[in-house]
Design a protein around this ligand. Structure first.
Ligand code: PMT
Length: 221
């Protein structure tokens, strides 16, 4: 039984993983399924929020009662987030965003040539969307939440990331080839810019989402 404590609020959630095309056939991507972000969108809607879900390549059905914007690349994700963020009470960046993209896009399929060494792939930096919306806030009372996908030194890396990105809350979860990505369950520590630390035990991604909305509601006052 969800509380209707997000009635009158507009929240923006990003989900899934960006894909950075190399040529018409190939891309650089990551293992995010979108499940955690979709769980955040569903639970926020159940608590009465108006929800904008910005979905990067998630193969999941659009949640009922949620505005879904589908995107492919980090640059497209940035555009959609910057468009929706000014109106939002809270923005939660659960999407796995590529830090780099191929420097060039080949209009035709890249061919392998007999006896030739493969060409290295040159990369350029993608914009850091979370740092941008947290650093240049559309509204002073907005709550900005990031996620941190870490494979080691989870907490130390999380604390450093929270400070670097300038967000209010950072959900630190451990990931691996078979961990968290695509799973139905997750576990995390939610770090607050105020020094707080909230442990979320292993359980459904909806449960983590609800705990996160509790923390957001508290900060919205
Ligand atoms: O989708 P699932 O299969 O359910 O898996 C869930 C998840 C593991 C993808 C999710 O819980 C998660 O951790 N998402 C964040 C993944 C990520 O990109 O982490 P990061 O540590 O690389 O980035 C930190 C934060 O900055 C994230 O909020 C990210 O959205 C944001 N970011 C990162 C790079 C960039 N260029 N722009 C960003 O805004």
């Amino acid at each position: 039984t969800a509380e209707a404590d997000l009635i009158g609020r507009h929240v923006v959630v990003s989900a899934g993983g960006t894909r950075e095309p190399l040529d018409p056939v190939r891309y650089l991507g990551n293992r995010s399924s979108g499940k955690q972000g979709y769980a955040l969108a569903r639970t926020a809607a159940a608590r009465g929020a108006r929800v904008t879900l910005i979905a990067a390549n998630a193969q999941l059905p659009d949640p009922a009662g949620v505005d879904v914007v589908h995107v492919g690349t980090a640059v497209q994700l940035r555009e959609a987030v910057l468009k929706a963020a000014p109106e939002a009470d809270a923005v939660v960046m659960a999407a796995a965003v590529a830090d780099f993209r191929p420097a060039t896009y080949a209009a035709g399929k890249i061919k392998k040539r007999d006896g030739q060494e493969p060409e290295p792939i040159a990369l350029v930096r993608n914009p850091d969307i979370l740092a941008e919306i947290a650093g240049d806030r559309a509204r002073a009372d907005q709550v900005i939440v990031g996620f941190a996908a870490e494979t080691d030194d989870v907490l130390a890396n999380g604390r450093a990331k929270l400070e670097r990105k300038g967000c209010d809350l950072l959900v630190v979860n451990e990931v691996g080839e078979r961990k968290t990505f695509g799973a139905e369950e997750n576990e995390a520590v939610v770090l607050g810019a105020d020094g707080s630390e909230t442990q979320v035990p292993h359980g459904p991604k909806e449960a983590l989402a609800d705990t996160l909305w509790d923390l957001v509601v508290h900060r919205l006052g």
